[in-house]
Design a protein around this ligand. Structure first.
Ligand SMILES: Cc1ncc(COP(=O)(O)O)c(C=O)c1O
Length: 439
């Protein structure tokens, strides 16, 4: 449904809640200003309603979680919550945990013809990355981590080991071990791949146990590497005895038009990290690896070396089961590819002087804004976001300079909604330019 607004944005309830939240929440967490945020109350499909009763269109899938649409797995949640909402994941598990692990294996390593995949479940993307980094260390005995500039793997201390975003890492640098190598993420043609090969060949792998990479960088601004990138990493890891980890927390579950983004290059990682859309809304994530890597962990003798209170939570597992079954369907991929192509084409037609590039795969699309002199137009993007909110569209911007408008909607966005969004984006960019010129 198209947006329907009945108050100024943010409305009075949202503004009041902002003031209250500021009193009680650490000030680093939620950004509040006169024009931001709106407080969510309800969501369904592609729509979100706020505390003032305004209806919005969601272009974010709430950080990429609601690919199948908001509320898609709510039925499974309701049903499961009447039976058992919490168990003892690593002590007395549920049948649902078995079902989820089996499905994860079937959708990944078994589907790729690489044997059984073995999982460690967890609650957030960051934790899945930490399970993967620990697994790589256990399997290789080598502590070093190779990652890529501007990569985002979550903000836990372990996940920061692989972070290529200095702004998140730097404040905690003194608590993080130094053994890491950060490479340039190749974004422009074969030259950047040649540069990557030189960088890889310059590394001494004797202390490096893991290489972690997003097959398409999400928060860095929907950056798509040239074809051949993942294959180069696979070969280098094979000869160097390094565990190849694909962080598909964002790109996974059909977001890019394939079930997993690594399938664009048919490259199989040693470990894949999954989260976000895995359940459609419940905090559940997974590190799934080839049996020969994961079996490096010692068998549990009653005290798991790596677990947590909510591991394999039954409600999350029930939601994940129905979501995984749906994501296995070819129809979902067809819908994502078709809708993504349509949005991309319409965005390309905008042909605005500030639009430097429209890029993306499936429904992971970025519109990079740059000023005439080539400088990243993060200022324009910021103004566009709050203007779009006032037009009833919830969106975010990505990239090191916040200058990449992100289009990652739920998959069931309709024609009329797309037309509306494109029209509003054009107007919002124009109005942002005008506003900034006035200042
Ligand atoms: C590629 C990638 N990895 C890891 C994470 C961290 O996930 P979480 O925020 O659930 O810890 C994110 C979150 O945006 C992500 O995009």
């Amino acid at each position: 449904m198209l947006p329907k607004l009945s108050t100024g944005i943010p409305g009075p309830q949202s503004l009041e809640l902002s003031e209250k939240l500021k009193l009680y929440e650490c000030r680093n967490v939620t950004y509040t200003a006169d024009d931001w945020p709106v407080f969510w109350q309800r969501a369904e499909g592609v729509n979100v309603w706020d505390a003032d009763g305004n209806r919005f269109l969601d272009l974010t899938s709430a950080f990429g979680v609601a690919g199948l649409g908001h509320g898609w797995s709510a039925g499974a949640m309701r049903e499961q919550s009447e039976q058992l909402i919490h168990g003892m994941g690593d002590v007395h598990p549920t049948a649902l945990k078995v079902d989820v692990c089996q499905r994860l294996s079937a959708l990944t390593y078994e589907r790729w013809g690489a044997g059984v995949g073995k999982a460690i479940l967890s609650n957030s993307g960051s934790e899945a990355v930490e399970s993967a980094l620990k697994s790589a260390y256990i399997a290789t005995g080598k502590p070093g981590v190779v990652s890529f500039k501007n990569s985002y793997h979550g903000l836990g201390y372990g996940a920061l080991l692989g972070s290529g975003m200095e702004k998140f890492r730097q404040p905690f640098e003194s608590q993080l071990p130094a053994l890491r190598k950060v490479l340039d993420f190749p974004s422009e043609g074969v030259d950047s791949l040649a540069k990557l090969v030189i960088q890889l060949n310059g590394l001494d792998p004797s202390e490096l146990g893991a290489l972690i990479v997003e097959p398409i960088q999400g928060r860095a601004g929907k950056v798509i590497p040239p074809d051949g990138f993942l294959g180069i990493l696979r070969s280098w890891c094979d000869v160097s005895g390094v565990v190849l980890i694909f962080d598909e927390i964002y790109t996974g579950f059909n977001r890019t038009g394939k079930l997993f983004a690594c399938e664009w290059e048919s490259v199989v990682p040693d470990i894949i990290c999954l989260g976000k859309a895995m359940s459609g809304g419940y905090p559940i994530s997974a590190c799934v690896g080839k049996a020969e890597v994961m079996d490096a962990w010692p068998e549990s003798e009653g005290e798991a070396l790596h677990t947590s209170t909510f591991l394999g939570n039954p409600v999350g597992c029930a939601m994940a089961c129905v979501s995984l079954d749906e994501h296995a369907l070819e129809d979902v991929r067809v819908r994502v590819s078709k809708t993504g192509e349509k949005i991309k084409q319409e965005l390309e037609k905008l042909d605005h002087a500030l639009i430097h590039e429209v890029r993306g795969r499936g429904l992971m699309i970025g519109v990079e804004l740059r000023h005439e002199d080539g400088a990243p137009a993060g200022d324009v993007a910021g103004a566009v976001l709050s203007d779009m909110l006032r037009r009833g569209i919830i969106m975010l911007a990505d990239g090191e300079h916040g200058n990449v408008l992100a289009f990652t909607p739920p998959f069931n966005l309709g024609e009329e909604e797309i037309e509306f969004i494109i029209h509003q984006v054009r107007n919002a960019i124009n109005s942002a330019v005008y506003q900034l010129a006035e200042k």
